[in-house]
Design a protein around this ligand. Structure first.
Ligand code: NDP
Length: 675
């Protein structure tokens, strides 16, 4: 049997022999794995010196396009990947979770990158912070990509989603990746990497693969590298305290196992929608990936007087789950990843049985369809019922298989206390149609959770379920769950970047950030900036327009025309009694409308549309007789794919004495070329 190849320093390599890895269903040898002889220090150095610079040269939008092309490529090869995935014990539905889920993360990040990040290499965060009285000394946060390699060490259960959910934010940030899959299912990860490498989609050094033991990999980590881990809590602890990780402050993120809860609300009696949702969800979570899911429900909290009813309903559904060869269409639950893993689950079950009793399933026996029950790593779904809801085993022992324990509770406060006994979870769910109960449980147990799903009858049809991490939402959890955070949209990208506070004058901050900063010079010499295409426009291009006097007649006409006859605009006495005003004032929207009338350039031109206003503040009241002047300055230019881009205009409306009446950012779409 061939040894799985690794892809390091721009070439494929494999030692002559390795440890055998077995098919989870047939027990046959699938591959051998070993990393012997691979120079891991050189692999990291290659990533830093070749992959990093190539990625940093690209803008966020260009990197997003790479992610999209990788996602599209893998989508075309899904069927091949599904076939290989059967060998890990996964059914087609499981594989969709893993493979389509992974592709979904790539495409999700590609789209977020284009929409939420600039077509630039630097990410500017938050507003400029004034640090001096005269406005000539400010601070601003910028984020730039780390100059190291994002090393990811993955678990056996999601050989495709695991690497891709870590690759997407790293690549978007501009940081190269080295993937180390779990040996048990690394052959599937290896095929994914092969496809990407063969297609030549990524710059050299952007993606490397290490199959087999990590050996001395961590010894070679440096200050700019990152280490991302998914797997057992004990390995997480070993990696976190590795001397090199500690000494060089290597940015470390762990996502470890946890005992996730799902709570049935007190309102959910048998026969209600919530009861059915709860039962269905519990069975799905127990049997998807044969329960080998870091987010699976391990602790099923139900009102104490409903233990019997839930046990019965769940058992009834579990009895219909066909266990066996995942390639067989009638099969609903495949095999565990390996027979060793099954032994591990049986050992954990022994501990759980000391704290409760099995109400469904037999750890030693299961009817198997389409496969040899002895050769494959098959296990029956097992539902337990805890005798004492506070027994430590229930909250501490994770059987990483199709195993859940029913636990009775008294009230919301009891749920919150029981939740905390898990010492930190990735995901939890509350199934209820009672908003007060949902609030009490969510706010009471949020500190112990990375993600909480509230499932009610309104959300049921659209809900993605208890166990699905989503690219836009944070994945990870406190304490036992590893104390880390992945995904969460752009948050996950920023994790791979260094946040630096830059202090200086508006002129210098404008140059560093590429965004015009109030207080820096404006350029009115090139004519009206609305006559400039994206290709001609520069940040700092500006126009000053006005003044225009606001009359009482203007205010009354605006009131009548729009219907906004709020007393502060219409009734002198009442307005004067208002603590903010000395008499009748102009509508804020009138001020904004007059400003638009002042800065407009009416002819057809490169400005295609005004699509919004950000951070609008009416700073001071405008009285009849006041004169308005507006200053519009190009603040940021954001090209989009296609023929146009977004331009953000700093807008300040001042009165005759120079005081500010209103300030905001106007957002426009501008053509890249004109005419
Ligand atoms: P491990 O923590 O042993 O392995 C996870 C990954 O870490 C694998 O890629 C493994 O490589 C690697 N690894 C192990 N030791 C080291 C080390 N010293 N240095 C560098 N890398 C290392 O978890 P398992 O996969 O064995 O699963 C054990 C248990 O972990 C499960 O039973 C379950 O309880 C939990 N688990 C939790 C998961 C989650 O998503 N949170 C997922 C999977 C498991 P290799 O495979 O080559 O040994």
């Amino acid at each position: 049997m061939a040894v799985l190849r690794s892809y390091v320093e721009g070439r494929w390599t494999a030692p002559p022999s390795g440890e055998p890895v077995h098919d989870a269903v047939t027990g046959e040898e699938v591959a051998q794995v070993s990393s012997e002889g691979i120079d891991l220090g050189a692999a990291l150095a290659y990533g830093r010196s070749v992959g990093g610079p190539a990625l940093r040269e690209l803008t966020f939008h260009q990197r997003a396009a790479l992610l999209k092309s990788v996602g599209q490529l893998l989508r075309e090869h899904r069927d091949e990947l599904y076939q290989l995935s059967f060998r890990t014990g996964a059914t087609l539905a499981d594989s969709k979770f893993d493979i389509d889920g992974g592709i979904g993360v790539l495409l999700g990040y590609a789209s977020k990158g284009r929409r939420e990040l600039p077509d630039d290499r630097v990410y500017v965060e938050g507003p400029a912070e004034p640090l001096g009285r005269a406005g000539q000394f400010l601070g601003r946060h910028v984020l730039t990509p780390l100059h190291g390699v994002a090393v990811q060490i993955n678990a056996f259960n999601f050989p495709v989603w695991g690497p891709l959910e870590k690759l997407a934010p790293a690549l978007l940030a501009g940081v190269p990746t080295l993937v180390k899959p779990a040996s048990q299912t690394g052959y599937l990860t290896a095929r994914v990497v092969e496809l990407v490498v063969e297609a030549g989609l990524l710059p050299p050094g952007a993606l490397q693969l290490l199959n087999g033991d990590a050996r001395d990999l961590l010894d070679h980590l440096q200050e700019q590298d990152l280490l991302g881990f998914t797997g057992s809590a004990s390995t997480a602890q070993r990696l976190r305290s590795h001397p090199t990780v500690v000494a060089r402050s290597v940015r470390f993120n762990a996502e470890a196992d946890s005992l996730n809860m799902s709570v049935l609300g007190p309102d959910a009696a048998p026969g209600t929608t919530a009861f059915d949702l709860y039962v269905r969800q519990l069975v799905v979570e127990m049997t998807t990936k044969a329960g080998q899911k870091c987010t699976a429900i391990r602790r099923a909290f139900v009102p104490a007087d409903r233990l019997e009813a839930v046990a019965e309903a769940v058992s009834e559904r579990l009895a219909k789950i066909v266990v066996g060869n995942p390639a067989d269409e009638s099969v609903r639950m495949g095999a565990l990843a390996s027979r060793e893993q099954r032994e591990e689950v049986r050992r954990s079950l022994k501990a759980l049985e000391s704290a409760g009793r099995i109400v469904f399933g037999d750890p030693e026996r299961v009817a198997v369809t389409g496969a040899d029950a002895e050769r494959g790593a098959f296990l029956s779904p097992i539902l337990l019922r805890a005798d004492d809801p506070r027994r430590a085993e229930v909250h501490e022992v994770e059987a990483f298989g199709p195993v859940s324990t029913l636990v009775g509770y008294r009230d919301a406060a009891d749920v919150v206390a029981l939740a905390a006994l898990g010492k930190g979870s990735l995901a939890g769910s509350v199934v209820t149609d009672d908003p007060d109960f949902a609030r009490d449980v969510v706010l009471g147990s949020a500190a112990w959770h990375g993600r909480l799903l509230v499932l009610d009858s309104d959300a049921a049809a659209e809900s993605t379920g208890h166990g699905s991490p989503l690219p836009a939402l944070v994945h990870g959890g406190p304490g036992r769950a590893g104390g880390g955070e992945e995904l969460g949209g752009i948050r996950g990208v920023l994790h791979h970047m260094q946040r630096t506070a830059v202090q200086g004058s508006p002129r210098m901050l404008t140059s560093v950030t590429g965004q015009w900063t109030r207080g820096a010079a404006r350029d009115e010499s090139g004519g009206h900036p609305f006559r400039k295409s994206l290709a001609q426009l520069r940040v700092g291009d500006s126009v000053v327009a006005g003044p225009r006097v606001v009359t009482l007649d203007d205010i009354e006409r605006f009131a009548e025309f729009t219907g906004d006859t709020f007393y502060a605009h219409m009734d002198e006495q009442a307005a004067a009694a208002n603590p903010f005003f000395d008499g009748r004032v102009a509508h804020g929207y009138l001020v904004v409308s007059f400003a638009a009338g002042l800065f407009v350039q009416p002819d057809p031109g490169p400005v295609l549309a005004n699509y919004g206003i950000d951070e609008l503040r009416f700073v001071a009241p405008v009285y009849p007789g006041d004169e308005l002047t507006v200053t519009l300055t190009c603040k940021a230019i954001n090209p989009r794919p296609g023929d146009y881009g977004e331009v953000r205009w700093d807008t300040v409306v001042t009165k005759q004495d120079g005081s500010v009446a209103a300030q905001y950012d106007v957002l426009t779409m501008v053509a890249k070329e004109w005419p």
